[in-house]
Design a protein around this ligand. Sequence first.
Ligand code: CMP
Length: 417
Amino acid sequence: MSIEIPAGLTELLQGFTVEVLRHQPADLLEFALQHFTRLQEENERKGAARFGHEGRTWGDAGAASGGGTPSKGVNFAEEPRHSDSENGEEEEEAADAGAFNAPVINRFTRRASVCAEAYNPDEEEDDAESRIIHPKTDDQRNRLQEACKDILLFKNLDPEQMSQVLDAMFEKLVKEGEHVIDQGDDGDNFYVIDRGTFDIYVKCDGVGRCVGNYDNRGSFGELALMYNTPRAATITATSPGALWGLDRVTFRRIIVKNNAKKRKMYESFIESLPFLKSLEVSERLKVVDVIGTKVYNDGEQIIAQGDLADSFFIVESGEVKITMKRKGKSEVEENGAVEIARCSRGQYFGELALVTNKPRAASAHAIGTVKCLAMDVQAFERLLGPCMEIMKRNIATYEEQLVALFGTNMDIVEPTA
Ligand code: CMP
């Protein structure tokens, strides 16, 4: 007996499967209900023929999820989709930004997925009256600007957005031992460190483990605000310090909205990177959320050998020269450094010191104008654990190259005495 497969069935199921893989929903049944209801609504709205007709590709995840454009988010029960929105693009951004899993919390391990509520710019207040301004003294403004200049989440903001963020930030002094954030709480603020040291604790099977720390710079508290999830870690002050807080509403109105744009810009680039292939689609999207674009001019130093390391870089465009200082040998440059590698689009650097917990083993300089996507060490550890095998294989190659060049592996991975 031959069974005829109805026209369009394969594409329909493929489209659904792709969406499931993209969004990793916690509740598959609820997700399926929403997905197919939306398809039906779309179909009715467009007065389209039944599935399998019209030559439309329902297997295309983007087309299948609405609007005919790729990479749409998903509507969950608590995520009303405003199909009457005047701005279809914002609607798409809303879905992109919100229908998303909770972050991976353990160092180099994965955490179970949780669906987060959608970010919907139409629902978030955006009128001038709702803007929050905390007046600041000149000294505060200067310190705030200094603290924020390397914050990756702020890198892709335009000047007007940046100025609104700075206006809304407020100073918070902390005492040694104070819990700034407790794991499991609701997210209220995002914090940028002005001064002070902080430990990061993540509970695993009920036991809190210190997974990292912040030393007088950096930022934390973005995850609960980005994905509407409980706080993923506890942050305690290990010295007296000062933080700059940014309230949840302003963070979502500006940073989360901007992240939706970033996803459009970088999603396909990040998806194409071979060294990230061990990540699930949803994890790659989280990578896009935390990266910041940094531009370097010809000859500019990106990292300096011997410095403490706090970022990882992916080359978006241009070329980066990696050099190492050593004693005497051919090919030595004026400054006594030997070129050991070049990185171009799609290649990464700056991972070694983060993996080995040692100072930078080499320097990196821009050749021509270079655009890099940078990720801070905390995000690197949280998100790129599954890629460690590939990176470690690369580190073994570095050692081989160094032995060939210098006759020694330069102790790049051995612990410092
Ligand atoms: P959030 O979950 O809002 O609050 C706790 C913050 O700790 C979290 O955002 C991150 O900014 C930060 N953090 C740093 N390292 C980790 C980690 N390994 N897992 C989870 N959160 C971390």
